[in-house]
Design a protein around this ligand. Structure first.
Ligand code: FAD
Ligand code: NAD
Length: 517
């Protein structure tokens, strides 16, 4: 809420506006981009009106500051004067005003849990709440909107106690094994994220919308290669640590924040670890494939269709943007991958010359580090089960989520057809064109079609933007009752228009998946 989200670029009608569930965007005035905001925060101007003083804010005081030119908002106990930020907020002033004079934490978490508001608004910090205010819902409880999104109703309670995981540990002379009993069927290693940094051990087990956390400062040092085993049928997770010195441990460690807790996943802040840039390879004139290496003490696999956040400091302000990990190549399953996929993350990133984050990221040298979050996303592999036909509609870098989906889907034998319709401006913009064409030649169930919006006169293929005639010809069920999924991703206007057209073509909501941050 209180940051410029990556998917809402300020330029009105800009093609770079990424999809986010049909959120309404408000055109920003000239000179009101994220970079302009960062400049203002560095200018030394007193943005709180308190001359740098931090105060304790009572609930009564907070409520008084509820006007556009005097607007305070509380997020996680800290109070910010957001009036100077109003004109820079891509969701518009009205959206920001929904949290005016109240606790905006819930609204913020529903939309932009990943946004680093602490860094973005540090110059607007008024102080700390004296008493935590009760979340004030200005709108009625049935319809909570922020930035145009209908907020999902919060799951009111924690899951019943009996499904909360528990843990135990045992040791041999050289190993310590931590066992987590999730009592869940169908657990897999993607549900387990482990980090070991500076003596701190952190294991997060994802169970539907919840997460179980073990977080402890280990009593003794361990080696960095940690192994994870998951018994899918019983849901037992074993994390094996190698002792650095073969002595008996009296206890596992000192508990750290939220140790042994089982809470809604979104209640936990995003956790970042530093990854090393291993390689960057040109994909097109403006897009590169970057390989990042996870730290040795990390176990993390990004599920299909999910994204991660990268965090960098740009001119003194932390900026966070989402990116969707891809495969090393579309032939990855055919040959031994160059790097084992559980230690390396591949990102295909377009560099916008006037962009804030991507040019900065591209300046990283091989061996430099960048912070990478745990995965997030609303796509589930299970959506691909029991399908007969899969249609992928991608525009520009909206192709990135399709890469893993395509690869996974072609391994499902019951799937009869996978079609990709790939929209780009010019031939030179088509990502992995050769690989896609080779795949289509080799795999008879796969078809690809390229549609250009700014072709040269030599282009003999289809032209234009997403439209009813294009879609009605491309996205056809082979029979009335065939199981179909249509995945769509690209600039927001593309995705929004696509969703509308698919509705007109009588595809149900369950049959259409769009990707959001
Ligand atoms: P921005 O600063 O956001 O600018 C982008 C463009 O907008 C530039 O052309 C810039 O000139 C223009 N612009 C910015 N401000 C203004 C202004 N005031 N007026 C006019 N024009 C302006 N991208 C990928 O490349 N690969 C991925 O895998 C990927 N995955 C994503 C996953 C998700 C879930 C989402 C939501 C987005 C994803 N993106 C991906 C997009 C990515 O997050 C960034 O939005 C993108 O990299 C641009 O960020 P930036 O900071 O470099 O550019
Ligand atoms: P681009 O500007 O090169 O455009 C690619 C194609 O998109 C165009 O050829 C056109 O066919 C279509 N398009 C563009 N603007 C349109 C409009 N206003 N109406 C209809 N169609 C339009 O694309 P790009 O620079 O590669 O941007 C890709 C977008 O995808 C970014 O906004 C990025 O944030 C988003 N993205 C989202 C996710 C995700 O949500 N998971 C993942 C990756 C990329």
């Amino acid at each position: 809420m209180l940051n410029v989200p990556s998917q809402a670029f300020p330029a009105p009608g800009s093609q770079q506006r990424a999809a986010s569930g049909g959120r309404s965007k408000v055109p920003l005035k000239q000179g009101r981009s994220l970079m302009d905001w960062i400049r203002l925060t560095k200018s030394g101007k007193d943005l709180t009106g308190l001359k740098g003083r931090l105060i304790e804010v009572t609930e009564e005081e907070l409520i008084k500051h509820n006007k556009k030119d005097d607007c305070w908002v509380c997020i996680r106990g800290l109070v910010y004067n957001v009036s100077p930020y109003m004109e820079y907020h891509p969701g518009g002033e009205d959206e920001l005003m929904r949290a005016a004079g109240s606790d905006g934490t819930d609204l913020f978490d529903q939309v932009h849990r990943w946004v680093n508001y602490e860094s973005m608004l540090k110059e607007c910090l008024v102080g700390r709440m004296a008493v935590k205010p009760v979340a004030i819902a200005k709108e009625n409880h049935e319809k909570k909107f922020l930035n145009g999104i209908l907020l999902k109703s919060k799951v009111p309670d924690l899951p019943a106690k009996e499904i909360s995981p528990s843990y135990d540990w045992f040791q041999t002379e050289s190993l310590v094994t931590i066992v987590i009993y999730t009592k869940q069927k169908d657990m897999d290693s993607e549900s387990v994220i482990v980090d070991y940094q500076d003596g701190c051990f952190r294991a997060e087990i994802l169970i539907k919308d919840y997460s179980y956390l073990l977080h402890t400062e280990l009593s003794h040092e361990i080696q960095e290669d940690i192994s994870v085993r998951v018994a899918e049928k019983t849901g037992k997770v074993e994390i094996v640590l190698k002792k650095k010195v073969n002595i008996s441990w009296k206890y596992l460690g000192h508990p750290l924040e939220n140790h042994n807790s089982f809470t809604e996943h979104k209640e936990k802040g995003l956790y970042y670890r530093k990854c090393k840039l291993i390689s960057k390879v040109d994909v097109t004139h403006d897009t590169k494939l970057y390989c990042l290496m996870l730290p040795p003490g990390t176990h993390l696999q990004v599920p299909i269709g999910q994204h991660v956040y990268l965090k960098q400091t740009v001119t003194g302000t932390e900026v966070v943007k989402p990116y969707t990990p891809v495969l090393e190549s579309l032939h990855s399953d055919l040959q031994e991958p160059l790097h084992p996929h559980n230690k390396y993350i591949y990102l295909m990133i377009k560099i916008y010359r006037a962009g804030l984050f991507s040019p900065h990221f591209d300046c990283l040298q091989i061996g430099d580090c960048v912070s990478l979050s745990s995965p997030e996303g609303n796509f589930k592999k299970s959506q691909l089960q029991d399908l007969e036909e899969l249609f992928l509609l991608a525009a520009g870098t909206g192709f990135t989520p399709m890469i893993k989906i395509l690869n996974y889907a072609l391994n499902i034998t019951s799937l009869r057809k996978v079609k990709l319709m790939f929209f780009n401006k010019t031939e030179g913009d088509i990502l992995w064109r050769n690989q896609l064409e080779q795949l289509a030649d080799k795999e008879r169930r796969f078809e690809v079609e390229f549609i250009l919006s700014e072709p040269t006169c030599e282009w003999t293929g289809k032209q234009g933007r997403i439209s009813l005639p294009l879609l009605s010809e491309f996205v056809k069920r082979s029979s009335e009752d065939s199981g179909v999924l249509i995945c769509i991703c690209g600039p927001a206007p593309f995705t929004e228009q696509g969703i509308r057209l698919l509705k007109d073509l009588n595809f149900s909501q369950e049959e259409v998946h769009s990707f959001t941050a």
